[in-house]
Design a protein around this ligand. Structure first.
Ligand code: HAM
Length: 426
């Protein structure tokens, strides 16, 4: 019996991978211009990290983690998100001590959540994310938001909406929390079991419940924006002013609650708008966090970041029929006729490749006609044709597949000739 791919995962094959590479290159280039550097942290971490970092009451920690005991009897978890690992590394590698602050990092790698797979929701997905740690200047919030929006814009995705909220500082959150408890408590029995559990532990998460979304008490729930103290209000106003200053448009949604516990002040999501998109419309999520670095044993270092999955970004690009780059052409396919010529092609393709030219040849003992077909299928820019006769004369034929022109070239000059035509001529 054949073995199938695990549910919620996917193979990304040639033909599709070019799009991934294109997105990753674009996103990295935007990060470069914003002066963010790449960090790679492990795919698995100690389970504690996520319990402490992401939060015990979150869906992620309660039911979505891939946790197992390793052979050394340690509890290990495949990372469900990137922020906790980056914060752990920031503390462990004492990045707070480096001269240039804030520390501005980006990452790109697989994350794992045991969720019910559906379109746009995978069990293994790739997050591209950014974290700026060590500054509580509202200008860095605007920078991070601008960075996220630039990636979408530069990929040609204009129909996205930046949704913004403030969750306030601890004081504001505590008074809002109490107001939520007072609001929901009398009728909590009408809510699902999860919400009943959330009431005392984390009532903010009730607002994010999918099951009780339509309960009348949801729309009348106290808004965080009415509970922001002066400091939080000013902070939020400054973030907004900076966004206005650089011309990033957004809508404020006081019901925006993020699914992770570490957020304070700025919280945001980027949503896909318009037709042609499935049930899941959140493309990107992020916000400001205070306390995460301290909880992991570091000094007080507030941060802000976001992450989006490349899978959802691709869905959005496809829904909008955005131009998708195709596989790069092969520079040269070397066709041979006769045994000696065939042997010679081993050397020729190697020399072409060394010279920076992409090249390939037949390995299946195909007839000449079939070799030409292969060159066609590979969309080769040039085909070089070598027969035993040409070989003895020290010549080779080169056909330009776009114009159909064919020239005979000295074998000794062949590599330089093609170099001039391809990499040299570019
Ligand atoms: P999150 O909202 O849990 O935040 O996830 C961020 C993004 O990851 C989502 O908007 C979505 O694009 C993608 N994503 C999440 N789960 C899945 C899934 N099962 N399948 C496909 N895509 C998914 C975080 O992870 C935070 N660490 C973001 C952050 C960084 N906040 C501050 N810094």
């Amino acid at each position: 019996m054949s073995i199938q791919i695990p549910r919620g995962t996917q193979d990304i094959l040639p033909g599709e991978i070019e799009l991934w590479q294109y997105i990753e290159e674009k996103a990295k280039d935007v990060c470069r211009r914003f002066n963010y550097q790449e960090i790679r942290t492990p795919i698995f971490e100690h389970t504690d990290l996520f319990q402490r970092g992401v939060g015990d009451t979150t869906d992620i920690v309660q039911r979505e983690m891939y946790t197992f005991e390793d052979r050394g009897k340690r509890s290990i978890t495949l990372r469900p998100e990137g922020t906790a690992g980056v914060a752990r590394s920031y503390v462990e590698k004492k990045m707070y001590g480096q001269a240039n602050q804030p520390t501005k990092l980006y990452y790109n790698g697989p994350m794992f959540r045991y969720e019910r797979p559906q379109s746009g929701r995978m069990r293994q997905f790739v997050q591209f994310g950014v974290e700026a740690i060590g500054s509580s200047d509202p200008a860095i919030d605007a920078e991070v938001l601008a960075l996220a929006m630039s990636i979408y814009e530069e990929l040609g995705l204009k129909e996205v909406k930046l949704v913004l909220n403030s969750l306030g500082d601890k004081e504001s959150r505590d008074s809002h929390r109490q107001a939520l408890i007072d609001h929901f408590k009398p009728s909590i029995s009408e809510f699902c079991e999860d919400c009943q559990n959330r009431l005392e532990k984390n009532p903010l998460r009730i607002l994010d419940c999918k099951k009780d979304r339509d309960h009348p008490l949801m729309s009348t729930a106290p808004s965080i924006l009415d509970y922001l103290n002066e400091e939080s209000k000013t902070y939020f106003e400054k973030v907004r002013a900076h966004l206005d200053q650089i011309g990033i448009s957004y809508v404020v949604d006081p019901t925006l609650v993020r699914g992770l516990d570490y957020y304070y002040h700025t919280a945001f999501e980027i949503m896909a708008e318009g037709e042609g998109f499935g049930a899941i419309t959140t493309l990107c999520g992020g916000g400001r966090y205070t306390g995460l670095v301290e909880d992991l044993g570091g000094p007080s270092s507030p941060g802000i970041g976001f992450a989006f999955s490349i899978e959802r970004l691709i869905m959005a690009l496809k829904a909008k029929n955005q131009v998708i780059p195709s596989a790069p052409k092969l520079d040269c396919y070397v066709v041979s006729l006769g045994d000696e010529a065939k042997d010679k092609t081993v050397e020729l393709v190697y020399q072409l490749r060394k010279a920076g030219i992409s090249a390939d040849k037949d390995y299946l003992d195909k007839k000449m006609k079939a070799q030409f077909k292969a060159a066609d299928r590979l969309d080769a820019r040039y085909t070089a044709i070598l027969g035993d006769n040409e070989l003895t004369q020290g010549k080779i034929n080169v056909k330009d597949m776009e114009t159909g022109d064919q020239v005979e070239v000295e074998l000794d000059a062949f590599i330089d000739y093609l170099k001039e035509k391809t990499v040299g001529g570019k």
